[in-house]
Design a protein around this ligand. Sequence first.
Ligand code: NDP
Ligand code: MG
Ligand code: MG
Length: 331
Amino acid sequence: MVKVYYDENVATDELKGKTIAIVGYGSQGHAHAQNLRDNGHNVIIGLREGKSAQAAKEDGFDVFPVKEAAAKADLIMILAPDEIQGTLYENEIAPSLEAGNSLVFAHGFNVHFDVITPPADVDVFLVAPKSPGHLVRRTFTEGFAVPALYAVYQDATGKAQETALAYAKGIGATRVGVLETTFKEETETDLFGEQAVLCGGLTSLIEAGFETLVEGGYQPELAYFEVCHELKLIIDLIYEGGFGKMRDSISNTAEYGDYVSGPRVITSDVKDRMKDVLTDIQNGNFAKGFVDDNANGFANFKQMRQTRKEHQIETVGEELRKMMPFVKSAE
Ligand code: NDP
Ligand code: MG
Ligand code: MG
């Protein structure tokens, strides 16, 4: 059974008097920095000049070049994009690390796939909110939080676990629960989740449904509503009460169709291909592809992004959402 930590199981002592450098001020960075500050911690930001640095200054933070921030800090949380962390670490963080520091991540990717090899005398752990960054901040200001995972990779001080949990409490996550894991498990399950189900599986399922209706001669606008717009309402019910609550809420016709047709669409060979995806994550093939494409200026990535942006569902959806002022952005 997974170990879960809540506010009452966690002391914040290990962060007391320490300087926390948040490297990056994007989706996760701004949320961690602001939540930690609101909880009374001493936070500085490490960034290059640019849009994020400007935003951090406007939000009242002291911003330093990454190397300087890392040198000032006792705990360095790297919240720059995964693909640049290797170079950033090598050039600007490693030279500033001191024995006893904490080197922290929100995703195990670079450590697990050996892009970053930390020295033996620092604590290395991850605190990974299971949510987009903007909700990490929004739920916190509403007195709530999103759950997070934590894992210790290296315990040089004997206090890595306490420090990791204190950090998780600092961003608010212990309000709702922090689950214990390992770098391997966090990295592999996170990649699998986003690839096979949450992002990859879902968008491909929606596109296939949309195309099937449009190719069947139905109006694209109706297709959009049927296979995309309504999804949120269904997901909200599943989120609140599992498949049971969703199935209680839909009609008997819909529930019958769910049982009869769902397994015809998601067949056992879909699961076989999910296993292939998982294998490519586990053996490092996915990571290698991502890292190599990045070294090549993300040529593949940019091409795929462009192709998918041009899909009819995106243009139809954009027009329809203009007619629905209640569909607000998450930010
Ligand atoms: P973003 O892309 O939102 O933000 C990246 C930040 O890093 C920006 O502030 C950017 O600043 C800065 N940055 C980029 N390049 C450099 C550089 N060379 N030197 C210094 N700063 C730089 O990242 P995310 O918040 O999405 O991801 C951060 C980490 O969190 C990743 O490890 C990711 O896997 C993890 N994570 C992300 C989640 C999410 O929901 N997004 C969920 C859970 C974990 P600038 O404006 O200058 O480009
Ligand atoms: Mg994730
Ligand atoms: Mg991820």
